[in-house]
Design a protein around this ligand. Structure first.
Ligand code: DX5
Ligand code: ZN
Length: 220
């Protein structure tokens, strides 16, 4: 069954503990944590001290999405702060294999992320080294953007490549996911669905989460 990974980028940071508690009670398996450096993407978000605090109040898998240039500088720091999955952008570094090995050696789960315009075939050499591939379905940097349909082509190709080559990575999608398209992206082959503004900013958090979980449950 697919997994929902609510993106904390859209949380109300003045009530972060309370909102995470609501998600804990819903037994959300993953929490998506977006880190932005103002260079790789034109925005700055949250980082290591916030991750440390979040780690203390949840047992959910912390799915950390590093939208930072040269992520190799901060792998150990994010691992120590409590990340479980560490997503690095293919476009942000030249030393992917070394990073994946470091993440693995730290006992964490390596993942590679591609922007919507990146050809998925460029990451083929790294697919045996990662546990997850994150396909961006908006240009990274901001929540609340519209879903880019062509990202589903990459999802389908990555799912076909995985079965043809006996690989095990899961496929995650991030950006513009809502209650109207979540079923469609799961049917295209997505295993982990990130949703930010549709979970946190469209009414009651507990109710929105229930609605997402019910739609995901129907697709098992
Ligand atoms: C955008 C971030 C996303 C963001 C998604 O760069 O990577 O995780 O929170 O937000 P929505 O779901 O609102 O598109
Ligand atoms: Zn993200």
């Amino acid at each position: 069954m697919a997994i929902l990974s609510p993106s904390l980028l859209s949380a109300d940071f003045a009530r972060l503990g309370e909102q995470i508690d609501i998600l804990n009670k819903k037994q959300v398996k993953y929490l998506h944590f977006d880190v932005m450096d103002g260079i790789f993407v034109p925005n700055i978000s949250i980082g290591i001290p916030v991750l440390q605090s979040v780690r203390k109040i949840t047992d959910s898998v912390l799915d950390v999405h590093l939208m930072i240039t040269k992520p190799e500088r901060y792998i150990k720091a994010f691992s120590d702060a409590g990340a479980d999955i560490i997503n690095i952008h293919y476009e942000a570094t030249d030393c992917h294999s070394e990073i994946f090995k470091q993440i693995r050696d730290l006992g964490k789960s390596p993942a590679i992320t591609i922007k919507p315009k990146t050809d998925w075939t460029e990451i083929i050499p790294f697919l045996p080294q990662v546990d997850m591939v994150l396909v961006m379905s908006v240009e990274p940097g901001f929540g609340g953007q519209s879903f880019i349909e062509s990202s589903l082509d990459a999802v389908k190709s990555l799912a076909e490549y995985r079965s043809a080559n006996n690989l095990n990575y899961t496929i995650e999608i991030d950006g513009g996911i809502n209650l109207d398209n979540v079923t469609r992206v799961i049917d295209a082959g997505v295993d982990v669905v990130v949703a930010g503004s549709s979970v946190f900013s469209k009414g009651d958090l507990a109710e929105q989460t229930d609605k997402f979980l019910a739609l995901i449950d129907k697709r098992k």
